[in-house]
Write a new protein. Structure first.
Length: 402
């Protein structure tokens, strides 16, 4: 088995995932091409050196359908011989794309590959691709299907996180993200999105609300009370967890991940491939894993997969200098911290999706770049990246700075 190294990681800024967001006018193809073109230019690639392009996309329909990875590789000028494949593991798609690229290199079948992801949530919308899980009783009923927000509230109820707890976490995410931008911590990895005339459309994350405080969040009503109570999903949650008498609805737009547009790309290869393109490795991919978790609670997968991965890597949570846990909802990260008694100062040190947004298929690859940049900035060595996933799954990766 060969080692797989990360040579570069880039991402677009995250644009608000609404019709008035700065990236709404940019197609899904345009977002992906921005990230791929940046990787190509920054590493002086001709394009043909790349053996495969793997992109995560959670709703690959319409303009994002038909294998967006192949279309993006062609449009970015990688050459006819460079293939592409689109994958979907819901919110972990971008991280799995990086892991798939690493596996190709580790197995010796490919020398240089790009893993990444793209999602234009303002143009496609959550759930645009449909699926059996929410609507077919044959799977929805036995798996206790419920909207993710209700699952997040179920986690908060079961593990004792109050409205004040989740709001306080959200405020801290905003503060950390604002400081990271103020200090230029994201600068190395940002690929500005430009229009056809080369004018910059967006070069900074747009969802950030640095003025957020407990008072402003306290004025927001819980988002999932109606669907839980009137839609019957609270009853589903209690059926799955009969030890609970009710569901305490604590999540809202301010302590949940933001809907945004964006794309990311990570260049992965062997040492020999790096020598051929004249690039120095920035990190080694130590290990990665996937797991299934309880479908009803759904969002606790990062805990289960981290346990699996640490055991496989013969490491402990204390060995991790930095941890990126996707902030799908505040309770997801609070439960992770609780389960591992992890140091909050090591987790999401530059904020997360609550402040910056969660462009579904791209987020996992973005977090790899965020972790890599922070390892280099802080001089630390080891980082864990993990995400919760719809239908109850988890994906995690350990990287080591070179």
């Amino acid at each position: 088995m060969s080692d797989a190294y990360i040579y570069d990681a880039v991402r677009t800024p995250r644009g608000r995932g609404k019709v008035d967001g700065s990236l709404h006018e940019v197609s899904t193809l345009g977002l992906a091409v921005t990230a791929l073109s940046a990787i190509k230019a920054r590493n002086k690639l001709k394009g043909l050196e790349v053996d495969d392009v793997i992109l995560g996309c959670v709703d690959p329909v319409g303009e994002a359908g038909g294998d967006i990875a192949r279309a993006s590789a062609l449009a970015a000028g990688f050459g006819d011989s460079v293939p592409g494949v689109q994958i979907n593991r819901f919110c972990a798609s971008g991280l799995d794309a990086v892991n798939f690229a690493a596996a190709q290199v580790m197995s010796g079948q490919h020398d240089l590959a790009i893993g990444g992801g793209v999602e234009s949530m303002s143009r496609g919308g959550i759930g645009a691709s449909g699926g059996a899980w929410p609507v077919d009783p044959a799977i929805a009923i036995p798996s206790y299907f419920m909207p993710q927000g209700v699952s997040a509230d179920l986690i908060a109820t079961k593990y004792g996180f109050s409205r004040e707890d989740v709001d306080a976490y959200a405020v801290e995410s905003q503060k950390r993200a604002a400081l990271a931008w103020e200090e230029g911590r994201f600068n190395r990895s940002i690929a500005p999105v430009k229009d056809v005339n080369g004018l910059v459309i967006l070069d900074r994350d747009e969802h950030l609300r640095p003025g957020t405080d407990m008072q402003s969040l306290g004025a927001l009503k819980p988002s999932f009370t109606l669907v839980g109570e009137m839609g019957g999903f609270d009853a589903v949650a209690i059926q799955a967890h009969p030890e609970l008498e009710s569901v305490n609805h604590v999540h809202h737009a301010g302590n949940s991940s933001g809907i945004v547009d964006g794309a990311a790309a990570v260049l992965v290869g062997s040492l020999a491939a790096g020598e051929r393109i004249g690039a120095k490795p920035r990190a080694k991919i130590r290990a990665f894993a996937n797991i299934g978790s309880e479908p009803a609670m759904m969002l606790t997968g990062p805990i289960d997969v981290t346990k699996k991965l640490l055991a496989r890597a013969k490491m402990t949570i204390a060995d991790m200098d930095l941890i990126e846990v996707n902030e799908a909802f505040a309770a997801v990260v609070l439960r992770f911290l609780q389960a591992f008694a992890a140091d909050p100062a090591k987790v999401n040190v530059n904020g997360g999706a609550i402040a910056l947004g969660h462009p579904l298929g791209a987020t996992g690859a973005m977090l790899v770049g965020t972790a890599l940049d922070e390892l280099e900035r802080s001089g630390n060595a080891i980082a864990l990246v993990t995400l919760c996933i719809g239908a109850g799954m988890g994906t995690a990766t350990i990287i080591e700075r070179v």
